[in-house]
Design a protein around this ligand. Structure first.
Ligand SMILES: [Zn+2]
Length: 311
């Protein structure tokens, strides 16, 4: 079956990197309304509301669910819940942290990322299933990138909503490994779970939906093996991702303010402690080196005192 048939009734809003993709599962006859998977970054929330409103064309939205609670996946939750008056369901692992709005237990303080507080109305628990768009969706645990993340599987059509566990070219930073917990083995195990599924299409958390799952899995397996063999390389990759993400949030920032942010974010301190780069004396020097590497890769530009994000 061609991909457009497999994805019938599913609207994928491909957003980029600051915002995750959003998947709108249009309601089948008899269902109370559409379901939205992930809501993007808080800075894009008005745009997300507009995209959803446009795609619904007057029909109701019934529910918002999150694959996991990183700021690029749930930043629009509050705006969507307000705009459409709908409940929000999250994976169970961090539901209490959301209810108490514990920004330490959630990742927002550690990473120094922006978010708008939202509420939890229901859980999306691994092992359960629900019907949306006339399809049955199984909730699968997908620890690794985030210990509490889930994926959604429409087994009958072979469609997987993989979040950040598998992209066409890679997967999300393995955050537990940055703070001394294990994550690489979880990533590898989830890749094997994905390999065992009868898949025809994957809707990732970032990038376009893809059908060549075997090639994506081969790339991801090689990547996780490389990180496992050299955790310091993964840590440096993570540092670049965090700095780039921050610059996407800020768009442009004075160098001193950027360095202050990096010095204040606890995850940066943890990276410096756990993976001290050889031959670099200070955190500031280390950050400057990383900024230079990001500039050389075309990810940012230095204009005098200003550091500017390059899309
Ligand atoms: Zn994520």
């Amino acid at each position: 079956m061609p991909t457009h048939d497999l994805l019938q009734g599913l609207a994928v809003f491909e957003r980029g990197w600051l915002s995750s993709n959003n998947l709108l599962i249009h309601a089948a006859p008899g269902e109370p309304g559409a379901l939205l998977v992930d809501t993007g970054h808080v800075d894009h929330a008005p745009q997300t509301v507009a995209l959803v409103r446009d795609a619904l064309a007057g029909r109701p939205l019934a529910r918002v669910v999150n694959t996991h609670l990183h700021s690029d996946h749930c930043g629009g939750n509050a705006a969507l819940a307000r705009a459409f008056g709908v409940p929000v369901a999250v994976p169970p692992g961090q539901a209490d942290a959301v209810r108490a709005w514990d920004e330490d237990a959630l990742s927002y303080r550690a990473t120094g990322q922006r978010i708008a507080r939202f509420g939890v109305d229901a859980l999306l628990a691994p092992g359960e299933a629900f019907v949306a768009g006339g399809r049955e969706w199984e909730v699968l645990a997908a620890p690794g990138h985030d210990p509490h993340s889930v994926m959604l599987l429409d087994r009958a059509h072979g469609v997987l909503v993989s979040a950040d566990a598998l992209w066409e070219h890679g997967f999300g930073v393995v955050f537990p490994e940055l703070t001394g917990e294990s994550g690489f083995d979880d990533v590898a195990a989830v890749l094997e779970t994905i390999a065992s599924l009868p898949l025809k299409a994957v809707i990732p958390g970032h990038g376009a939906p893809f059908g060549d799952v075997a090639t994506a899995l081969a790339r991801a397996r090689a990547r996780i093996a490389g990180f496992k063999a050299d955790p310091a390389r993964h840590a440096r990759h993570a540092l670049k991702v965090l700095v780039k993400y921050h610059l996407m949030e800020e768009r442009a920032q004075a160098l001193d303010a950027l360095l202050d942010w990096a010095e204040a974010a606890p995850l940066m301190a943890a990276l410096w402690q756990r993976f001290p780069p050889p031959g670099v004396a200070t955190r500031r020097a280390w950050l400057l080196q990383v900024l230079e590497e990001l500039a050389a890769a075309g990810a940012l530009a230095r204009d005098g005192d200003q550091v500017r994000d390059l899309p």
